[in-house]
Ligand binder design. Structure first.
Ligand code: ADP
Ligand code: ASP
Ligand code: MG
Length: 405
């Protein structure tokens, strides 16, 4: 007998038939003698629809009310799941984030989990109930409902698994594991048996939305092994675990694509100490994360600064940057949201040279212009025009994995 957390994503609970299909899988695990906590997302598309409605109701929807609205998607699926299980003769109870004692900070829209009580979940399990918890939501210290950022149900599941010391955390989704790149973009992508937390952190932070990055951070911190697998078949998926010597020693382990960033360029600000601090401090104060930053010095004591932010923060970032640029005597603020970031990732890159030049050459061979480049020890990212995004993924996959095909 084991204590298992199973998380099912939006496609897996996309309609009532699928909810019943998941209920049958959960029941099977319960019948095998396990204690089961189920964490659910909203039905696929529902969070997007709610978000669009909010923007129709208001030009600038209040973040608190947005969280109240967005959390309803998961409220719907957990109650339906509990009903479906009860209908099959099982004892089941749904819990919203606050009822499961999922406490977060007050960062509406992208709140961080601070602690999970776990007591109520355990008490219900002791009554031999299947506990169905709403993912993606929590409650802040003032009692406000918060949400955890897009894809946040993964984080709910891993954090719950850590807090109740579950034996397994299974993330069921619409692909049967983690691949060398998004299998929906590249049909040559290969499923990995195992991947280290560090590589998965890079993949998630660079656009592989199969797991929300914070879920991987939690898993690493609390040493929770994650099993990513399909809710539509019984196949073994991919284990996300600590790096060990039995792992494949690939130079490049994955290619990612991120279309969720936008680029802002501040033209001709003075090239002197304190300018970057003046531009980036107000962005940080507004909770806006800046990803890539490039500075080009011009002649005449002036410089251009280019940086990227997520599309969600884009408009707010433009307003803030325009105000600061004006103060600094900057000449112009240019913006572009039709960009994409492709990245090549691999822990093995630390000991191999030549990955960057192969990446640049492959893109050049297809006449794809590189707009920005950043590197770390274990990854290289290029910003390109969005219209080449999928092509770039396929040619890079071909370049770095063709020996395996
Ligand atoms: P869920 O609704 O179950 O949370 P998501 O849509 O958030 O599912 O994540 C699953 C999707 O992640 C897949 O459908 C796939 O298109 C995408 N994906 C991106 N990169 C990868 C990768 N390297 N391996 C597997 N899936 C990936
Ligand atoms: N429903 C939320 C979203 O669409 C959370 C999740 O699916 O994990 O982002
Ligand atoms: Mg997801």
């Amino acid at each position: 007998m084991a204590l298992i957390v199973q998380k099912y994503g939006g496609t897996s609970v996309g309609d009532l038939d699928r909810i019943k299909n998941v209920a049958a899988r959960v029941a099977k695990s319960f019948d095998e003698g396990n204690d089961v906590v189920v964490v659910l997302s909203a039905m696929t598309g529902v969070t997007d629809t709610l978000l669009a409605m909010a923007h129709q109701a208001s030009g600038k929807p209040c973040k608190r009310e947005l969280d109240v609205l967005l959390s309803t998607g998961e409220q719907t699926t957990v109650s339906l799941m509990a009903m479906a299980l009860q209908d099959m003769g099982y004892k089941a109870e749904s819990l919203l984030g606050f009822q499961a004692d999922i406490h977060t900070d007050n960062g509406a829209g992208k709140a961080r989990i601070m602690s999970i009580g776990g007591g109520r979940i355990k008490a219900l399990l002791a009554e031999k109930k299947i506990v169905v918890v709403a993912g993606f939501q929590g409650v802040d210290v003032d009692g406000n409902i918060t949400t955890l950022g897009r894809g946040g149900s993964d984080t709910s599941a891993v954090a719950i698994a850590a807090s109740i010391k579950a034996d397994a955390c299974e993330i069921y989704t619409d692909v049967d594991g983690i691949y060398t790149t998004d299998p929906r973009i590249c049909d040559k992508a290969r499923k990995l048996d195992r991947i280290s937390y560090d590589e998965m952190l890079e993949m998630a932070s660079l656009g592989a939305k199969v797991l929300q990055i914070r879920s991987v951070g939690f898993a690493k911190k609390y040493n929770v092994p994650i099993h990513v697998r399909s809710s539509f078949n019984e196949e073994k998926g991919t284990m996300v675990v600590n790096e060990d010597s039995g792992m494949e020693q690939l130079v490049v382990s994955g290619i990612t694509l991120d279309k969720n960033e936008a680029r802002i360029t501040v033209k001709r600000v003075p090239d002197q100490p304190g300018v970057s601090a003046k531009i980036f401090s107000p962005l940080a104060k507004a909770g806006i994360q800046v990803d890539m930053i490039i500075q080009n010095t011009r002649s005449g004591g002036e410089t251009d600064l280019t940086f990227t932010v997520t599309k969600t923060d884009y408009r707010e970032a433009i307003d803030i940057t325009k105000a600061v640029a004006k103060e600094l005597g900057g000449k112009e603020v240019l913006v572009a949201d039709d960009i994409a970031k492709v990245s090549v990732i691999g822990v093995g890159m630390k000991n191999h040279s030549g990955v960057a030049s192969r990446m640049f050459q492959s893109l050049a061979d297809e006449n794809i212009n590189i707009r920005l480049i950043t590197t770390s020890e274990i990854r290289i990212s290029c910003v390109i025009d969005e219209r080449y995004a999928e092509l770039a993924v396929r040619i890079l996959h071909n370049e770095f994995f063709k020996d395996e095909e």
